[in-house]
Structure formats: C-alpha cells, structure tokens
Design a protein around this ligand. Sequence first.
Ligand code: NA7
Length: 528
Amino acid sequence: NGVAATSSMDVVIVGAGFGGLYQLHYLRKMGYKCKVVDNAGELGGQVPSSQTDWTWSERFPSWPELRRYFQYVDEKLDLSKDVQLNTGVKSAEFDVNSCRWNVSLSDGQVIDCKYFVLCTGFAAKSYVPDFPGMDKYKGIMHHTAQYPQEGIELEGKKVAVIGTGASGVQTIQEIGPQVGHLTVLQRTPNLCLPMNQHKLDPEVEARVKKEGGYEKVFDYRRNTFGGFHFDFLEKNGDEDTDEQKKELYEKLWDGGGFRFWLATYKDLLFDKKVNDTAYNFWAEKTRARIKDPKKKDVLAPLLDKQPHTFGTKRPSLEQRYYEVYNQDNVDVVALKATPIETFTEKGIKLKDGRDLEFDVIILATGFDSVTGGLVQIDIKGTDGVSLADKWSKGTWTYLGMTTANFPNMYFLYGPQGPTAFANGPTIVELQGDWIIDAIDYCEKNNKKTMDATAQSEAGWTKHVAELCDITLFPGTDSWYMGANVPGKPRESLNYAGGVPRYVRETKEVAEKGYAGFNFDAPYDTGKL
Ligand code: NA7
C-alpha cells in the first residue's frame, strides 16, 4: 500500500528460537529465500531438539549448554547468515493488490514477502501486574524475562521474589542459598514435581544413538498425548486399589519430570476424584520436606485447602525448591491472606501493616502467554483489521496455525494448538512440517494466497473449546485459560485433544487438498 520495500523475500520468519530456525533450515533447503528476524541478541530461546550428533551432558540442560548447542547447530547448518538479530517486527500489513506482506522492522527496513511465519513462542510478552505504588520503589527491580545477563550481586542482599511459577521456582532455588534474606510473595502454591536432574553418561548416550535409539524416541513422541517419551496409561484411576495407586505414584515420582502428570491414569485430568488421589500423594511427599508447619500449609496445603486441581496449571520441575524454605533467612508471604498494600520507596508494604525493605525485587509474574507475543505486533490482514482487534474478545484460528483474513500467515506454538500441555520441540516439528508443506503446496500449485475460511476457523475454535470443556482445566485460573492477565478473554488457549489426535486432524486437512482454506480468493482492493 504505497510502502517502499527495501528487500524482497519468499518468507519472513519472526523468532530465532528452535521453531524459527527449523523453518529457516528446511524452507531454505527447498529453495525458498528466507529471512529470520529476532529481538534477541543471540539464537536460542526454546528447548532444543533432535540434532542427534550432539551429546547432552544433563537430562535438563542449563542455559550455557543450550547456548553452545545453538552455536553448534548454527555452525553446522550455517543459519546465522539469514538471521537478523536485535531487530523486532514493528508491523506487518497484507497488500491486497500484490497479495504480499509488507513487514516493517525496527531498523526502518520494510521487507516484502509472500509468506509471513510467526515463531515467537508462547512467552514473548512478559506480564507485570499493576501493583499500587510500583513507581515509588527506588531499588533494583526486574522481571525474570529481563533479568540482566551479567547477573546482579545478591550476596547479603534483602531480596523479594513475587510469583511462584516456573520462573519463580527456578529463581528461588538458585538465589535462596546466596542472598542475605529472601521473601517469597506467593499468590498460589505451585504443585511442583521433582525434576530428577542427572548427568547423562556419554558412553550410554553413544550406544543409544548407535542403536537408533534417538530416532525411536522421536518417532514415539509423536504418538503420545504430550509429545513426550512417555504417555498416559491405558487405565482409569478406579481400576486400581489404593495400594496399587500408591505403588504407581511412587514409581512415577521416582521417574521424575512430568511423569507424575502425564504418564499416569488416563482420567487424571478428567475425573476430580482420581485427581484428588494424586493431589494427596503430592501433598504428603511435599509436606514431608518442609519443616515449619506454617510454611507447610502455605506451600503445600492439604486437600481441603488445595489451591487448584492437580495438573490444571503447569507443574514446575524443581530440584531443591522446598528445602530452601527450611533456611532461616527465607520467608514466604501468602498473598491471598496478606495482600500487597503498596510498593514504597524502599520495598513493599503489606495489608497486615508489615513494611518490608528490599534491595532487589524480582518479578516472576509470568507472561501474556500464547497470544500476547502475536498481538503485540501490529499485523493487519485483508480487511485492514489488526490481529489484536480481531482477537480482542476471543481467539479465532484454524488448526492453531492460521487465522481468517490473514492469508499466507502461519504461526506455530501458538493458540489453539497443543502448545502448553505438550513438549515444545515435538510441536514445533509437527506444526513446522505442516506449515512447510502448506507453503510448498501453494508454490507447486501456483497459488497466490491461502486463507482459512471464517467457517473453518469457527469450527476449529468450537472444537478446541469442546475438547477443553470436558476436562478439569476450565475450573482453574491459569494462563492455559488466559486467566492470568486481567481483562484477557477467558478461553482455552490450548488444544486439549493430545498430540496424536492433533496430528491426525491437521494431516487430514492437508490430505483433502487443504480443506477449509480459500485459495486465490479475490480481495476488496478498494479500487471499485
Ligand atoms: P507463570 O507460570 O505464569 O507464573 C507467574 C507467577 O506470578 C504465578 O505464581 C502467579 O500467581 C504470579 N502472579 C501473577 N500475577 C500476580 C499478581 N498480581 N500478584 C501476585 N502474584 C502474581 O510464569 P513463569 O514465568 O513462571 O512461567 C511461564 C511458563 O514458562 C511456565 O508455565 C513454563 O511452561 C515455562 P498465580 O499462580 O497466578 O496466582
């Protein structure tokens, strides 16, 4: 629309995490001219995947190891030459005349491209609550997503952490042993599970690789509910006696990671009574680790005071989280009983009159998850309506990868896909392949545009809601339901049907010649 493009591409990809780099690698291999842009100063961002000639040293790798992995993949696949870092997308507009996207970057460049692929991840926009008096505070304050890379000297300091999601838990267990005094301000306890972190034996890893073990795992993952290398059992909770349940729970607990959540009875997330047995087991295990009876009740309440149904918020994986609270210099404030009255120049005043002073406040308050990263970019479709406006009262997608009136635009790891209940790399590969195939289909068949119909996105949106409504998820306030950010529409942001069903449904659409999409639809060019 009269915008002078400074360069022309087949595909612009937003985000240089695993999702974006996957798109770049395969689309480029197929001959498409691609460019990746990312706000960040280095590649990375999401969890790694299947570069099988890399040897991981730990079950859950640290950031330095992830960074080395990305450097390795970058060198091997020569990715960086098509990646522009430290650059954001300011806006993107679909030109109905040329049927191409004009993508405006923060450095002033405008790229015109046929396909616009958003791989921003589900946590691209951080969320900071509007606490009273926040601007009065004169000390050091950071959201976890903007925490300085070089770190902050915390030894001997009085520190507050607000929020106990995955970021809060990780922060608390890391800094607890370093700081002078730590106050955790917790609104809702996190039903954390043992990470069971351990070193990987390079010899064992080498053998597994040689025997094709990695490929087997990658194949298997596509057939499990969460895209992990384990799955729900074939039985419901009431098929087992209490003793059998206990035995199973012990086994899952020892296995660590998400097993206790996603490798258990298949009705855990459907039947509250079965769920309660898991909650009780969790509470017993966790309470045993906390010495102070008051802290016990705040961090791991008994069932009659349970904060939410087990597993309806993402349980975080912890290593020594609960032991940190056994230190004398660590306090926890239950914000529901004792809310924040105001921030002050030196710290935080609570409603019970306590005036706490802090050198550092860490806001582990999460993200405007799943949709926030997409709608914060000013994207305008065929009718000039922005994505933010289109989704202001609720999210509409087809297959969790496209949305009507935004032709040739795809997103992955976003709303209405199996994003939050599932393993990131699995989803990024499955959706990534689907998007790559769709682009290739358009090119091979000389299609100028591919756009979801209003009807098909209405059908998918209803389907996603129905899949969620029969589970226990809607009963809990969580970012899965858009309920963590005041004013955000409450809806299922995630596809709760599991990975295999999602794969089947999306594949079927492709096999039917991309049923539910309009190709080369005429747009109102405003010329009549
Ligand atoms: P999360 O998991 O959304 O956690 C945010 C935390 O911040 C959570 O404990 C919230 O309590 C708390 N929070 C949010 N708003 C407030 C206010 N107003 N007052 C007090 N506390 C508040 O974000 P993370 O960054 O930890 O993790 C994001 C995901 O990344 C995670 O799920 C993993 O998949 C990886 P609440 O529970 O809402 O009461």
